[in-house]
Design a protein around this ligand. Structure first.
Ligand code: DAH
Length: 343
């Protein structure tokens, strides 16, 4: 009896180790152990040689062995057809899927959204204008008549086939396009790409991005402009940042100013970013020139307004510690995937 027991234990071990990676191997298992010429049949056949007095005990052992074998087979059959199933014998559906790379927002987009959303909270509505523009909307209507020396401030790309069209040098063209619509008051924020014929280097590029702001209504004053920009600076750079306005010149505003914030890198102590001055220039602004209002058929005796314009690249470079403007347009995913989409 002990002999039979040992033999059955050895078979159990052998069965447990029998490979069962796919349906083919499970079928081989069935044939070898449960088939008509299989092991179970031949062991059962040996019962007749067992002496009568041991038949009962041997019968029990063999029944238990048969149950073990059948259960093992059932288990393997279900696991080989669940999950590990093959389609046309080729595809293994249990393998992990191919990972789809997840994109990230461009740092310029992140910074633009950040700027725009601050003004949206003040009720400014977003609008965009054309990048290929005519002379009137980019210059003329903005109080820069032909031969005005201020046109030289901005090296313009003209369309070769038709030089009365150009690539806009600033987003101020959207001011004109919005004012022309004749729906007042206007409170708008206008992001977009602009172009200038400049030598490409780490610090400047022949295209970059700006956000333009415009507010036209009755009784709009310079105080409104300052309060609006104070709010922007507080939201953008924190409440401890100081602000200063310097008198400046733009043909489309009178008076005009440039706004600086105390350097948010060194806190005003003086560093490389603020060139040791403690201040960083952020934007140009002013009260919309009466000529500009007239050019858009808005009565300058009834309406006043303010406008401002700022670049996106510089604040983005400062925020993310980017030292070369060219990185923004090279589309190197190793650069692009570093920016979080939280803004
Ligand atoms: N258009 C100017 C530039 O590109 C920026 C600017 C300055 C826009 C003053 C304005 C403004 O609306 O009032 O440099």
């Amino acid at each position: 009896m002990q002999e039979l027991l040992n033999k059955l234990e050895a078979y159990k071990k052998e069965m447990a180790e029998f490979p069962a990676a796919d349906e083919k191997q499970v079928e081989e298992f069935r044939i070898k152990y449960l088939g008509t010429k299989g092991l179970l049949k031949s062991i059962m056949g040996e019962m007749k040689n067992v002496p009568v007095e041991q038949k009962k005990e041997a019968g029990q052992l063999l029944n238990e062995f048969k149950q073990f074998t059948e259960e093992l087979y059932e288990k393997r059959k279900t696991s080989s057809s669940n999950g590990e199933e093959k389609i046309a014998g080729e595809t293994d559906l249990s393998l992990p899927g191919e990972e789809l790379p997840i994109g990230s927002r461009h740092p310029i987009t992140l910074m633009r959204n950040r700027i725009v959303s601050i003004f949206q909270r003040l009720g400014f509505a977003v609008a965009e204008g054309p990048e290929i523009e005519d002379d009137w909307h980019n210059f003329g209507a903005l109080n820069l008549p032909e031969h005005h020396p201020a046109r030289d401030m901005q090296d313009t790309f003209y369309v070769q086939q038709n030089p009365s069209f150009l690539l806009r040098t600033h987003t101020s063209n959207v001011q004109i396009r919005e004012m022309e619509k004749g729906v007042l008051p206007i409170r708008g924020i206008y992001p977009g790409r602009v172009y200038r014929n400049e030598t490409v280097s780490a610090r400047s590029h022949c295209f970059f991005h700006q956000v333009e702001g415009l507010y036209i209504d009755e009784n709009v004053s310079f105080a409104d402009l300052k309060q609006t920009l104070y709010f922007f600076v507080k939201e953008m750079y924190g409440k401890d940042v100081k602000v200063r306005f310097r008198p400046s010149y733009f043909p489309f505003t009178e008076p005009s100013a440039e706004m600086d914030v105390s350097c948010f890198i060194c806190g005003g102590e003086g560093c490389n970013v603020c060139k040791k001055t403690g201040w960083v220039e952020i934007l140009g602004c002013g009260m919309v020139h009466p000529n500009v209002l007239s050019n858009c058929n808005i009565d300058p005796n009834k309406y006043t307004g303010f406008a401002f314009g700022m670049g996106i690249e510089r604040p983005a470079m400062l925020k993310y510690g980017i030292n070369d403007i060219r990185l923004f347009s090279e589309n190197d995913v190793r650069f692009l995937k570093q920016f979080s989409s939280s803004i």
